[in-house]
Ligand binder design. Structure first.
Ligand SMILES: C[S@@+](CC[C@H](N)C(=O)[O-])C[C@H]1O[C@@H](n2cnc3c(N)ncnc32)[C@H](O)[C@@H]1O
Length: 289
C-alpha cells in the first residue's frame, strides 16, 4: 500500500481530468486499480492533511489514464474488471462490458419469483461476463441455472467470475448457439433470460468508437433490423420452458412493440414491456401458456 496525502491526491486527480475524459471513468480507475472508492474519497476530504492508501502508485494510474484518453479504449478493459450490481467482474475485450440498465433484469426476476425458498430452474442465453446468471445464482442459492455462450473464451471468463464470487455450485456453463447446447433440458426451465445482441445494422455502423472499435461485434450486432437473435430465441423457447415458464428479454430502446408481437405470435401470454429506469421499454417478458 502506498500512502499519499488527501491534498496531493486531489491535486493529482484534478490534473488528470484537465487532460480530458470524464469524471466517471477516472473515478472507476481510482477505485478499480487504486483501491479508493469515491465514498472513501469523499469522506477523507474533511481532512486535507489526512492520508489515503493506494494499491498502485500514481504514475501507474496516470499511464493507464493517458492510454485510455489516447486510444479511447474503455477504462474497464484497461483495468480488466467492472462493477455490476454488487459484483466485481473480470472483463476482457472478448466480453461485453455489462451495462447498468441490464441490472434491472435481476430485479424483474425477483419481482416475478419473490420468495427465496421456491426452487427455480433457469437458463441464461448469451451470458458474456456471467453477470446476470451469477447475480441470480448468488441471490437464490436454492435455484439451479445454466448459462450459455457461443464463444468458449467468453465462457471461461464467466466461469472465472462465478468461481470468484461464489463457493456454491448451482450454476453450470455450456457453449453453443442459443438453445442448441441445452437439448437435454427440453421442458425443464421455469425461467429463461437473455440480453442478446440486438443492435440494428444502421445503428451499429454509427456506434461511438469506444464501443464499435473495442467491444465484440458478436455481442452487439443483431442483424439488419436487430431482431435476428431475439426472434430465434423466442421461437425456440417453448421447447425448453415448463408450462407457465417465463421468458425475459432485453431489447433495444425502440424494439419493445415488435418484440411483444413476437412473443404473442409464439403463443406467450401475460406479455408486457417493462421500462428501464429512464422510462425506456427495455425489457419484454411473457409466460409460455
Ligand atoms: C449483449 S451480450 C450480453 C452479455 C451479458 N449477458 C450481459 O448482459 O452483459 C450478448 C452475448 O451473447 C453471446 N452470443 C452472441 N451470439 C450468440 C449465439 N449465436 N449463441 C449464443 N450466444 C451468443 C455473445 O458472445 C455475448 O456474450
Amino acid at each position: 500500500m502506498l500512502s499519499i496525502s488527501v491534498k496531493e491526491f486531489l491535486y493529482w486527480k484534478k490534473k488528470q481530468l484537465s487532460k480530458g475524459g470524464d469524471q466517471q471513468s477516472l473515478t472507476f480507475l481510482i477505485e478499480c486499480l487504486g483501491g479508493i472508492s469515491n465514498k472513501d474519497l469523499n469522506l477523507s476530504i474533511i481532512n486535507f492533511e489526512g492520508k489515503l492508501h493506494l494499491k498502485k502508485n500514481l504514475d501507474f494510474l496516470e499511464s493507464i489514464w493517458e492510454y485510455h484518453l489516447y486510444s479511447s479504449s474503455p477504462i474497464q478493459y484497461l483495468c480488466g474488471a467492472t462493477f455490476w450490481r454488487d459484483l466485481k467482474l473480470k472483463v476482457t475485450d472478448k466480453v461485453l462490458i455489462p451495462r447498468p440498465e441490464t441490472e434491472l433484469l435481476v430485479d424483474i426476476v425477483s419481482k416475478i419469483f419473490g420468495k427465496k425458498s421456491q426452487k427455480v430452474y433457469f437458463a441464461e442465453l448469451g451470458t458474456g461476463s456471467g453477470a446476470i446468471s451469477i447475480a441470480l445464482a448468488l441471490a437464490y442459492p436454492l435455484w439451479k441455472g445454466v448459462a450459455t455462450d457461443i464463444d468458449e473464451e467468453v465462457l471461461e471468463i464467466a466461469i472465472k467470475n462465478y468461481r470468484n464470487s461464489s463457493n456454491e455450485s448451482n450454476l453450470e456453463f455450456y457453449c453453443g448457439h442459443w438453445w442448441n447446447p441445452l437439448k437435454s433440458f427440453q421442458g425443464k426451465f421455469d425461467l429463461a433470460i437473455s440480453n442478446p445482441p440486438y443492435i440494428p445494422r444502421d445503428t451499429y455502423e454509427n456506434l461511438p468508437k469506444e464501443v464499435k472499435n473495442f467491444e465484440p461485434k458478436i455481442a452487439l450486432f443483431g442483424g439488419d433490423d436487430g431482431l435476428k437473435h431475439i426472434s430465434e430465441i423466442i421461437q425456440k423457447a417453448p421447447f425448453f420452458l415448463k408450462e407457465n415458464g417465463w421468458l425475459i428479454l432485453e431489447n433495444h430502446f425502440d424494439q419493445g412493440k415488435k418484440v411483444k408481437q413476437l412473443f404473442i405470435k409464439n403463443k406467450f401470454q401475460s406479455v408486457e414491456i417493462v421500462n428501464d429506469l429512464s422510462g425506456v421499454g427495455r425489457f419484454t417478458i411473457g409466460r409460455y401458456k
